[in-house]
Design a binder for this molecule. Structure first.
Ligand code: ARG
Length: 364
């Protein structure tokens, strides 16, 4: 299929479902499609109404097979910034996203949508994986920070940014505008970024580890696709599920790799697999994460509650007469997976659009 045929095909599919879900009459959808057809013929593309954009972004979340948090898809806060053009406007919209989404700790699932690709050309190219993320460095003296950020951190330093080399340096915001040879970067205002120092409800020495994590995960490198329109710059966030931090970010050997140190402050030996010291350390680390976020008034969900919420989502989709899709390998939590219902059933991993997609990194 040629590009424009494809666009028209995708637009038809989207408008039909979107307008039906919004309770609009068939007549209205028919009229809208006629207008879209003309607009595509005349301009090579079409512009979503605010209503289409908002509902499309919500549908994309609902269709995100790997996400356990989809019960709340319909309450997504959609910020339309298709008007943003200059680097100052983009920067300020990104800062505004952080502030609005953080909401003093009572996190609001939010997406900010920038101008879409035009004939396959990006208007704005965001380099960050998440708007808030810790830098990572590999040097002769060893590793510092988050190894997952090593290549972006190196790219930032090539652009003239220089990190302090703590384990928790905040990466700057980095993006490139169409027509510019190089991206611009801006340091995040510290006042916008909530971080949670980790302590444990019983183990007092836990805080000696001086661990912390940021409050809001804002994915900024995925492409939102709605009705054939490609919103390559559309950062979005929910709140954390505790295991993302406690069983992966701080625990994975290729991330902060903290399990041995946690076993040590717990006073347990880390010598024999059969002692299950890793499992014990994982549980206490995850308790510390949930306890600390709660204590600091930052939204978070544990994996048992998240799984129950996902069960409600499954039921809700059934009632709405929609087919549920999901990716079992991602939906199961990384600790105690078999203690959730998700482990014990299967999911159809078909990709339905609108959806969020990975895209190539502009650096490396
Ligand atoms: N797993 C990623 C992280 O640990 C965040 C992915 C999105 N998570 C979310 N709860 N919305 O940073």
């Amino acid at each position: 299929m040629k590009d424009l045929e494809m666009l028209w095909y995708e637009a038809k599919e989207f408008i039909a479902v979107c307008y039906q879900e919004l309770g609009k009459r068939g007549e209205e959808a028919k009229q809208r499609l006629e207008d879209i057809k003309n607009e595509i013929d005349q301009t090579g593309s079409y512009v979503h109404t605010r209503e289409e954009l908002e509902h499309g972004a919500k549908m994309a979340w609902r269709n995100s097979n790997r996400c356990i948090g989809r019960l709340f898809w319909n309450s997504l806060n959609v910020i339309d910034r298709r008007d943003a053009r200059t680097k100052e406007e983009v920067r300020d919209a990104l800062f505004q996203h952080i502030e609005t989404a953080t909401n003093n700790g009572k996190i609001k699932p939010t997406i900010t949508i920038f101008p879409p690709e035009c004939q396959g050309e990006k208007q704005i190219e965001i380099w960050n994986h998440q708007l808030i993320r810790y830098a990572g460095y590999e040097s002769e003296e060893g590793r510092i920070g988050d190894p997952a950020s090593a290549s972006l951190t190196a790219a930032c330093e090539k652009l003239g940014w220089r990190g302090e080399r703590t384990d928790f340096d905040l990466l700057p915001i980095v993006f490139r505008l169409k027509g510019e040879a190089h991206p611009v970067w801006y340091e995040l205002p510290r006042s916008l970024v909530i971080e949670v120092p980790l302590s444990h409800p019983e183990i007092e020495s836990f805080s000696d580890l001086e661990l912390k994590w940021y409050g809001v995960p804002i994915i900024s490198d995925m492409k939102l696709e709605i009705g054939g329109i490609h919103y390559n710059a559309a950062p979005f966030n929910g709140w954390y599920m505790g295991t993302e931090i406690g069983a992966r970010n701080l625990a994975d050997e290729k991330r902060y790799d903290m399990l041995k140190k946690i076993a040590s402050i717990m006073g347990i030996a880390a010598d024999f697999n059969t002692d299950l010291w890793k499992d014990q350390a994982l549980v206490e680390l995850n308790k510390a994460v949930l306890y600390s976020y709660k204590k600091h008034g930052v939204s978070i969900v544990d994996h048992h509650t998240a799984a129950s919420q996902f069960k409600r989502f499954e039921e809700q989709e059934e009632e709405a007469g929609r087919k549920l899709t999901g990716d079992w390998t991602w939906l199961i939590p990384p600790i105690s997976p078999a203690s959730t219902h998700i482990f014990h059933r299967c999911y159809d991993n078909t990709i339905v659009k609108p959806n969020y997609f990975y895209q190539d990194k502009p650096y490396q």
